[in-house]
Design a protein around this ligand. Structure first.
Ligand code: IPE
Ligand code: IPE
Ligand code: MG
Length: 246
């Protein structure tokens, strides 16, 4: 029986988020420049996006660049931004072919103009696709998102559009960058690091966490299947007892 046949299609995670980590170490192990690691990481992105859509995953969110990543050497940041532009240009075909809608979260106005323009173009061109929503987290930091959310809600309170008593989870959700997305069911991080690195702190409140030692450029669809199979073996209790669930 092949790996994919172990996946129950009636119990798929509605939202998978991935911290794509380990490009630099992958390159270093091979005696190559870190940027070569990033280039090879784009192949894993394509394979993960296509196989998620084929499986029937409705939402996939990829952590591509954090607010903290701006502190990396200038040349590396430049290369990552160039890769973003070239990948968007190249992969629009993959998105259209697979009926995938592109979405982006983060401080998008901090991205270089060229990247912003390309991003908005692909988002516009794919807006009517509905097999899967692919969200790229770019210049994204969860704390920044929460600050931004508090500001937006505060302004509405000040202008009497929202009253403080009515602030609940749904109000917060509606003001996050992820406003139209369901909570994350499965969070995957590659490269062996076991931390969240400022990613979707609110949205992963009840996510199943899955850490793999595989470096991102080595991540294939089989690794994705393994993560989903592991997810499907877990009992999600949401605070209840096992007896209540079954
Ligand atoms: C992930 O790989 C890509 C980004 C964070 C942009 P890294 O570049 O963090 O690779 P390592 O962690 O140094 O191996
Ligand atoms: C997290 O990876 C950000 C992305 C994958 C885009 P990092 O490599 O930047 O995280 P830390 O610094 O190891 O926590
Ligand atoms: Mg890293």
């Amino acid at each position: 029986m092949s790996l994919i046949e172990h996946i129950h299609t009636d119990y798929l995670p509605k939202h998978i988020a991935i911290i794509m980590d380990g490009n630099g170490r992958w390159a270093k192990q091979k005696g190559l420049l870190r940027t070569v690691g990033h280039e090879n990481g784009t192949k894993s992105v394509r394979q993960t996006v296509e196989s998620s859509a084929e499986l029937g995953i409705k939402n996939l969110t990829l952590y591509a660049f954090s607010t903290e990543n701006w502190n990396r050497p200038k040349l590396e940041v430049q290369t990552l931004m160039k890769l973003l532009v070239s990948s968007l240009k190249k992969e629009i075909k993959t998105l259209q072919k697979n009926d995938i809608k592109l979405n982006a979260i983060g401080c998008l106005n901090e991205l270089p103009q060229k990247a912003q323009k390309e991003l908005l173009e692909v988002i516009e061109k794919t807006k009517n696709n509905n097999r899967m929503c692919l969200t790229l987290a770019l210049s994204y930091g969860s704390r920044e998102e929460l600050i931004n959310t508090v500001k937006k809600i505060s302004i509405k309170v000040k202008n009497n559009i929202i009253s403080p008593e009515n602030i609940d989870e749904s109000v917060i959700n509606e003001h996050l960058y992820t406003q139209n997305l369901p909570d994350v069911d499965l969070l995957i991080r590659t490269s062996g690091e076991q931390r969240i690195s400022n990613f979707l702190l609110w949205q992963i409140a009840y996510a199943e966490l899955y850490f793999t030692k595989v470096l991102w450029p080595d991540f294939t669809k089989e690794h994705l299947y393994e993560a989903i199979i592991e997810y499907q073996k877990r009992e999600r209790r949401f605070g209840k007892t096992s007896e209540q669930i079954n």
